[in-house]
Write a new protein. Sequence first.
Length: 146
Amino acid sequence: MKGLRLMVVAAAAAVLLPLGGGSAWAVGECRAQSLGVPGPSYVYFAVGSTKLDAEAKKTIKEVAERAKALYIRSVCLLGSADKQGNERSNFTLSVKRAEAVAAALEKEGVAAKTISVVGKGETYGDWLKVFEDNQQDRSVKITLTK
């Protein structure tokens, strides 16, 4: 219960505070992908990592090109983490993953004011597979809305 309360307080505070020097903003949740816009897209990470590999950079470049070409007004980044480690660390990791994607999108020319960051923390998939490699649990989901 205490962990849940901490996450709710952190999420509420995050809505009001810009992240990492005033670029992307934290929000409570992402809106659905706009109809007619390809996606959502996913960027995947290694266990415990926020490092963008070559495939992640390729995906981010494609998303940035799509966002600019389609005049997207909102890019939402939903970071997640697997169940390895503790709940607080996983929440922080999920936010840092989304922030890494936000920084890369900005480098690709996506306006910072259009980018929102959401930390999901641990995903809630199959607990019996907690130690199996589930890349989906270590990802940032990118949704684009007009």
